[in-house]
Design a protein around this ligand. Structure first.
Ligand code: ARE
Ligand code: CA
Length: 678
């Protein structure tokens, strides 16, 4: 499980009586490496291994009981295995011993997550209900900015679309197949979110997660053009301040998307298309390479000449050393935007240029003149703030950090130090939330994140609501519960879908991910909806910050990106679904001591039934029970800890059940969920 550093851990194992001669525990503290790719992960092969002896402490029922202990002295990810020595098996009966090979290969470690003393996570997130907004697609609150710019990437023209047409890019034929296809815009903006705050408040939402809003070329804004500006299509800093002020009045928290692994090729930092007055890395290096290749100049001579030329053209060098933050090579390559010098790109998308790992602060470089990447991102220079910190002056309450595994962990540690030194506009602690699809334990050691996007949960919940076995889902959830410290578990961003996946209602209804532009006939809407209701009830009762992807509550559907980014269907909402969301959110918000903060225990995980109990930690004995049935209607009997005679009432339907002999029994319909409180 997860323990605070310095906590002794005692382990026991039973073996056949007299079978094993010695036993020990093999403990490896994992190193964090980016082995075989860009992702930093716990790496046991590169870790440090220590053995701890086990003692035979007794024999019971024909089995020897071995016991040993170890203490993870520092925070980190540890793994342990039991090493049992059974020498007699390999020798003959007259001698002990003989030689044999100890096979450890292929056996897996059990994990221990040891977190730093004093690791705390923001309490507001544990009680929050969050709403994710893809800003171009939520609401157009200011049509005057709809034509704020006319180019997307390079010189690509912006494509305007009317609100009710689905995104037609990514091969659906709206643009030349070989052209960049993230340049269609709908006009949604920050002013639109401000105008809809009362709608969100009415739904019970208390936090907003906004996809990136930096100045950028694309509609998704993951290709930052300038970290220090709001995209003109979405508004400006005044609009952001207004949104923040209005959110503050309503006690809401704003989480923004921070993309600090890469920037756009069409950015001031890279400037592949030579558009900006400042000298970008690509602009500089391509000039250097041109000079080397045409005139045979040495690197130093070419650099000096390139600088002279660029300055003569009126170009200025940034005081920060942008020109050294990327990998750009002196070899030619070709992509959909034309010929270029080859550069390291993100997952073969030439629109995204990643920073070099070695340039992050705390990694292997520090600059006395405050001009390196880390200074730019975190610390600033001459009294100016780093760009990550500046946004807190505009009402930010936390960052969702893109591709968190691809950024050197040392940078996140510095980020945590810097971010945790400021307060949100609501006077509490900012949240750091990583974008993670797999297990995120490595971020929960107290030197990195408070939370991650819980794709592990959305995947396994999808498995269950679509008819999978409750046992499978319980396995995954138990593992998360064990691997993650409680303070992280209660902060996880629990989702059913996102801007990167097909809409849950579509997948749950049998829709296929490969479809580019889904039609209603491609899936069973009502089935999808009933399953979605189950998943939503599950998340509104579960620890973590349940998060609604904009429009899911209104019945919006869609296949994979970009089809999952359709506009919010104002005026055409599925009212029944919307009311269900309202009720489930209200059930959580009015019973926070159980559903947000209570202790958690699985009380049923068998075939079609999954149920858990939440118990208030205030000593009141109040419980919440959430039960899901992905099969046929059936009578369900559950053991609960509430006293006999307690009446539990479903917050969704009003159904009641009285505790008798420590159990409640009630009928659960097909694809139905209840959220009972008593
Ligand atoms: C889009 C389309 C492409 C299209 C392209 C055209 O997806 O099909 O060809 O545009 O230019 C952003 C945009 C995307 C865009 C992409 C590149 O939002 O729309 O692509 O940039 O331009 C992995 C990463 C994870 C990443 C997901 C998408 O690990 O970090 O892939 N998510 C973040 C954001 C994205 C964003 C980026 C990263 C880039 O949330 O929105 O994309 O900044 C498994 C793996 C995961 C993998 C996951 C999904 O589970 O374990 O590692 O995530 O599948 O593929
Ligand atoms: Ca607009």
């Amino acid at each position: 499980g997860a323990v605070e550093e310095g906590t002794p851990i005692t382990l026991k194992i039973r073996t056949g009586a007299g079978d094993v001669e010695t036993a020990k525990i093999m403990v490896t503290k994992a190193a964090m490496t980016a082995k075989g790719g860009d992702e930093y992960n716990p790496d046991y092969d590169a870790g440090v291994t220590t053995y701890y002896p086990m003692k035979k402490v007794g024999t019971k029922d024909g089995q020897d009981i071995w016991q040993g202990s170890f203490t993870p002295k520092d925070y980190g990810i540890y793994g342990y295995k039991f090493v049992l020595n059974d020498t007699k098996e390999y020798g003959d009966d007259t001698k002990t011993g003989g030689t044999g090979e100890l096979k450890l290969a292929g056996t897996k470690y059990f994990q221990v997550t040891a977190y730093k003393k004093g690791y705390e996570t923001p309490d507001w997130a544990k009680e929050a209900v969050c709403y994710q907004i893809f800003p171009d697609r939520f609401f157009n609150g200011d049509p005057s900015n709809d034509n704020a710019r006319d180019t997307a990437r390079g010189t690509q023209p912006v494509q305007h679309r009317s609100w009710n047409t689905p995104p037609a890019n990514a091969g659906a034929g709206a643009l030349d197949g070989d052209k960049w296809d993230c340049n269609d815009f709908y006009g949604g903006d920050l002013a639109g979110i401000t105008k809809k705050l009362d709608y969100l408040k009415g739904m019970g939402v208390t936090a907003i997660y906004l996809n990136p809003i930096y100045a950028a070329s694309s509609n998704h804004h993951y290709d930052a053009r300038d970290y220090d500006a709001v995209d003109p299509f979405l508004g400006n800093f005044t609009d952001l301040q207004k949104l923040a002020d209005e959110m503050k009045k309503r006690g809401m928290h704003l989480i923004m998307d921070g993309v600090y692994n890469h920037v756009g090729d069409d950015s001031i930092y890279f400037d592949r298309y030579g558009k900006y007055k400042t000298v970008g890395a690509y602009e500089y290096w391509s000039r250097i390479y041109d000079l080397q290749n045409s005139k045979g100049l040495s690197l130093d001579a070419a650099k000096a000449e390139a600088k002279k030329q660029l300055e003569a053209e009126g170009q200025v060098f940034s005081p920060y050393h942008w020109e050294n933050w990327f990998d750009i090579k002196n070899t030619k390559a070709h992509d959909e935007m034309g010929d270029k010098y080859a550069y390291h790109d993100w997952q073969s998308f030439s629109s995204l240029a990643p920073f070099r790992d070695k340039d992050y602060p705390g990694y292997d470089k520090t600059t006395p003149d405050h001009t390196d990447l880390g200074d730019y991102l975190l610390y600033g220079r001459n009294g100016d703030k780093g760009v990550i910190m500046k946004w807190f002056d505009y009402g930010l309450s936390g960052w969702r950090l893109d591709v968190a595994k691809e950024v050197p962990p040392g940078f996140w540690a510095k980020t945590r130090d810097a971010v945790k030194s400021v307060k949100t506009q609501n006077g509490d602690t900012p949240l750091l939330l990583g974008e993670i699809w797999q297990d995120g334990s490595q971020f929960f050691m107290g030197d990195s994140m408070d939370s991650v996007m819980n794709y592990k949960l959305s995947d396994t919940l999808m498995h269950f609501v679509m008819g999978g076995k409750a046992e499978d889902t319980d396995d995954v959830l138990t593992q998360l519960r064990q691997n993650y410290p409680k303070q992280a578990l209660y902060n996880l961003m629990n989702i059913v879908d996102s801007h990167d996946t097909a809409r849950a209602i579509y997948t749950y209804g049998g829709g296929k991910d490969g479809v580019t532009q889904a039609q209603k006939a491609d899936f069973d809407y009502n089935l999808g909806k009933n399953r979605l209701k189950m998943a939503v009830a599950f998340e509104m009762g579960y620890p973590g910050m349940p998060t609604v992807y904009y429009g899911d509550e209104a019945g919006q559907f869609g296949s994979k990106d970009p089809d999952c980014r359709r506009t919010f269907p104002w005026g055409k909402e599925d009212k029944d679904l919307q009311n269900f969301y309202k009720k489930a959110i209200a059930a959580r918000n009015s019973n926070k001591n159980v559903f947000a903060l209570g202790d958690l225990a699985t009380i049923a995980a068998k075939d079609n039934i999954y149920a858990y109990q939440r118990t208030a930690v205030d000593g009141s004995g109040k419980v919440g029970v959430v039960a899901l049935n992905n099969g046929k209607a059936q009578q369900v009997t559950l053991k609960v800890t509430a006293k006999d005679g307690t009446v539990l009432k479903d917050q969704l339907t009003g159904l009641k059940a009285t505790v008798k002999n420590g159990e409640i029994s009630f009928k659960l319909g097909a694809n139905q969920a209840v959220m009972m409180v008593g």
